[in-house]
Design a protein around this ligand. Structure first.
Ligand code: TXA
Ligand code: MG
Length: 316
């Protein structure tokens, strides 16, 4: 078997019918998808990705109406946030209904739901009529894919239709994940939708915002389903603060990251996947000191980038 590219939704649907998976483009990263009601294919996601069963999948839907099939609660906070940010890079963890199998949620009573912003993918989910369970389309602990070639590279010998799209992965890092439980919102994975964005969207509402265990720790240990090793490139990656004059060491390729966190997020995985030239044995990402002068929201986006970087590389 080998994977193939297609921009045709019927071909993608046909691939699921024939027992394959479909890689879906989104505004964040590509996903490796299967219909929620196809346990045989959900199983295949874990085996293609070499992902352990303790790490739950999120469910992608095409609109709020579809989302409501999969969650027990839909309170005013959920309504306001989905109205404001969907389609877009916000995943909301809520109590699941029994249309979502334990295989998808790793036995958890909750499910992460997300409405991606990509026309091809929304049309596909719409045509399918049910949600699509999909993790990022990379091997477990490796760097997420931001274009079709990245997906092809990881899964070329698998039964997979890679749906192509004219739209780019403009966000570049995975969605923000929050859980909503009564009036408590917990940030489980930071992304480009920040705490400030969420608080603004909920102005005047009664709620508390709390940071999940690892959400903002730059030297992060584990939270459920979030391994300390993650987003790993194939070479040694180091991180350093861009303070003062940098004395370049031999064998290392130095890359100064853009101070604009939206640009850095968008380019990050592309940069991480760029193979090292023969003369180098490691890459050093230099963090621009000027990022400390940005506004609070931009600083939060930088925290989201760092959340990935500290799992992908080491401070030097
Ligand atoms: O942007 C994204 O979210 C991409 C695109 C494809 O949509 N998807 C993605 O999926 O990043 P994945 O599986 O690579 O990351 C989802 C994270 C996992 O770390 C998983 O542990 C966590 O979400 N997760 C899923 N369901 C959860 C739940 N019920 N409670 C807490 N965490 C959950
Ligand atoms: Mg992932």
């Amino acid at each position: 078997m080998s994977s193939f590219l297609s921009d045709n939704i019927d071909e993608a649907l046909g691939c699921w019918k024939a027992g394959g998976l479909v890689a879906i483009p989104t505004e964040t990263v590509y996903g490796l998808g299967a219909p929620v009601d196809r346990e045989d294919l959900i199983l295949k996601i874990f085996s293609y990705k070499e992902r352990p069963f303790y790490d739950p999948l999120i469910v992608h839907i095409s609109d709020k109406l579809m989302a409501k099939n999969y969650v027990e609660t839909w309170d005013p906070l959920t309504e306001l946030l989905t109205e404001k940010f969907w389609p877009g890079p916000l995943t909301i963890v809520l109590k699941k209904t029994n249309l979502v199998s334990d295989m998808i949620t790793s036995g958890l009573p909750t499910v992460g739901i997300r409405c991606p912003k990509n026309k091809q993918t929304l049309d596909l989910i719409n045509a399918l009529g049910v949600g699509v369970a999909a993790p990022s389309a990379n091997k477990f602990t490796k760097t997420s894919p931001t274009n079709k070639d990245h997906v092809l590279h990881s899964f070329k010998d698998d039964h997979l239709c890679i749906l192509t799209s004219d739209e780019k992965t403009e966000v570049g890092i995975e969605s923000t994940i929050i859980s909503i439980e009564n009036e408590l919102i917990t940030l489980l994975r930071p992304g480009i939708i920040t705490q400030i964005d969420i608080e603004e969207a909920l102005k005047g509402e009664k709620f508390q915002f709390s940071l999940g265990k690892t959400a903002f720790e730059e030297k992060a240990p584990t939270a459920p389903g979030q391994d300390p090793i993650h987003y790993r490139p194939t070479y040694k990656l180091e991180l350093m603060e861009g303070k003062g004059q940098i004395i370049e060491k031999e064998g290392a390729e130095y890359v100064l990251l853009d101070k604009d966190p939206y640009i850095t997020a968008r380019e990050l995985y592309l940069l991480m996947r760029d193979p090292l030239k023969k003369s180098f044995n490691r890459r050093v990402f230099v963090l621009p000191e000027s990022r400390h002068q940005l506004n609070e929201k931009e600083k939060q986006v930088w925290q989201s980038i760092l959340n990935r970087l500290v799992k992908a590389g080491k401070w030097v």
